[in-house]
Design a protein. Sequence first.
Length: 122
Amino acid sequence: MIPIKSTDRTLTEIQDLEAMAAKLLETARKLPSGQDRHNALREIERFRARITALQRLSGMAQSPQPYDLVTRPCTIQAGRFRWDIRENGRPIQSSMESFATEQEAHADGRHELEKIIQVSRL
C-alpha cells in the first residue's frame, strides 16, 4: 500500500525543494563561465521543472492552463536574449543562460515548454 501524504507535509517538502533549488542556483552562478557552469545551470533547470511537476501532481498548482513562451532582451548582457514560460500569465520558468539571437532563445524555450507540457500530461 502506498502511503498518502498530507497536503501540509507535501507543501513543506516542495517548499524545501524550492529553497534547495534557489541555493543551488546561487552557487552555480558563482562558478566561472564555461561548460561546468552551463551544465550545472541546465541540471538546476531540470530540477526546477521536476518541482513544478510535483506541484501539479500534488494538486498544489492550478488545473492545466494555457502556457505562453515569451522571449525578451537579457538585462545582464546587452544584445542577448532570454525566455520566460508563463502559465495563465504567471511566470513558472525562465532561461538560466542568455542566447545570441531571439530565435535561439525561442527555440530553447520551446524545447523546455514541450517538456513541461509532457510532464503535465502524466
